[in-house]
Ligand binder design. Structure first.
Ligand code: NAD
Ligand code: MN
Length: 357
């Protein structure tokens, strides 16, 4: 029997609610499968840890995570802790420390979920956004001179390396190649950003030669937002920089019905370190503690985790159960239903137990 060691970091706001739900579902999937078990260790890192100790996680946190096969992450963010502390204190050190350079964000309209675009339903919108996750606009380089004075100057430096761009481009082309339509859209803003993003376009053309069966095109990010809304069927796999893909994927989540269903995987494709799986949404403290957070994003990312661990059948069974429950109208308020987090979770657990495949 294969045992996977999972580090669960629920963290802040609705994080514990949706990760708790996800762990119940994962346990049911493992029991139904019979071929593997999950050995879950929970860590109480996050904003409360910060308020107690002055740090979002202990100094040896990353070292301790190295022993795990995967990390299952909730969300960070608290009303009384600055966002740059929660983000740079926990989530980004894991992404960057473990070189999880491929951030993979599948978007589909699930059955039963009403999406906002007229005439666009399940089957019309099936995208995977690949976000460069290790450099670019979120490199962390920059600074502030003459802080607080009238002559203050702040820089926020975007860093693009040939190695970094080439590896994300290869990942995106390979992913596009593995999907039925073999279609990739490369997003930049190379008309205005004339160094890093011109290199990005050049590297796309170089890597494209390694994947002759992939059809690809280039889009400027501003025009891309229009295309996502006006011609969603024309898109399949999408690759963009750290900042651009961050923004495009929130739009994608909304076009698929809710941020509450949108998952993401932070992958180290070379498998040197554990990869991290999380909902795209944040800690949503406006609804925290009410028991109404949508757990679908955390179920979907759990399926991504099973896939990455080498359990595609279990991942497929989990997604089939989620789709069955959504189609039956068992939905939380953000997607137009009245069900609680626990009611949706119970229904998915039930569907997993009943699934034959
Ligand atoms: P958010 O994603 O937390 O919430 C945006 C809106 O979507 C809110 O109205 C919220 O109620 C709703 N929503 C989000 N997830 C939902 C779910 N599962 N079910 C139902 N509704 C859901 O973004 P925000 O409000 O801009 O940020 C809140 C905090 O989260 C901030 O501190 C922010 O920095 C942080 N944040 C963290 C992450 C992360 O940990 N990866 C990502 C984004 C924002
Ligand atoms: Mn974001």
């Amino acid at each position: 029997m294969t045992v996977y060691k999972i580090a669960a970091i629920p963290a802040d706001g609705i994080g514990p609610e949706v990760i708790g739900a996800g762990l119940q579902v994962l346990e049911a999937v493992a029991a139904r499968d019979g071929g593997f078990t999950l050995d879950v260790t929970e860590f109480d890192w996050g904003s409360d840890h910060y308020k107690r100790t002055g740090a979002m996680m202990p100094a040896d946190g990353p070292e301790r995570l190295k022993a795990f096969d995967a990390i299952y992450f909730g969300a960070v963010g608290a009303p009384d802790v600055p966002d740059h502390i929660t983000l740079w204190g926990l989530r980004l050190p894991i992404c960057q420390g473990f070189d999880q350079y491929a951030n993979v964000r599948p978007t589909r309209i699930l059955p039963g979920i009403r999406a906002p675009l007229a005439g666009v339903g399940p089957g019309d919108l099936d995208w995977v956004i690949v976000r460069e996750n290790s450099e670019g606009e979120y490199s962390g380089h920059g600074g502030r001179a003459h802080k607080g004075l009238p002559e203050e100057v702040a820089t926020e430096v975007a860093i693009f390396t040939r190695v970094g761009v080439t590896r994300i481009m290869r990942y995106a082309f390979a992913l596009a190649q593995s999907r039925p339509r073999k279609l990739l859209t490369v997003v930049t803003k190379s008309n205005a950003q004339r160094f890093g993003l011109v290199m990005w376009d050049e590297i796309a053309a170089e890597v494209a030669r390694e994947y002759p069966d992939v059809t690809w095109d280039k889009m400027l990010v501003d025009a891309m937002t229009m295309r996502m809304v006006l011609r969603p069927r024309s898109l399949d796999t999408i690759v963009a920089t750290n900042l651009h893909a961050d923004i495009l994927s929130d739009l994608a989540g909304a076009l698929a019905g809710s941020l509450g269903v949108a998952p993401t995987a932070n992958i180290d494709p070379e498998r040197r370190y554990p990869s991290m799986f999380e909902p795209i949404h944040g800690s949503a403290f406006d609804i925290a503690g009410q028991g109404i957070a949508n757990p679908v994003a955390s179920f979907w990312t759990a399926a991504q985790m099973l896939e990455h661990l080498g359990q595609p059948a279990a991942a497929g069974r989990l997604m089939a159960a989620v789709e069955q429950v959504c189609a039956a109208g068992i939905l939380t308020p953000d997607v137009g239903g009245t069900a609680t987090t626990q009611a949706v979770t119970d229904a998915v657990v039930e569907a997993v137990r009943g699934a034959n495949a």
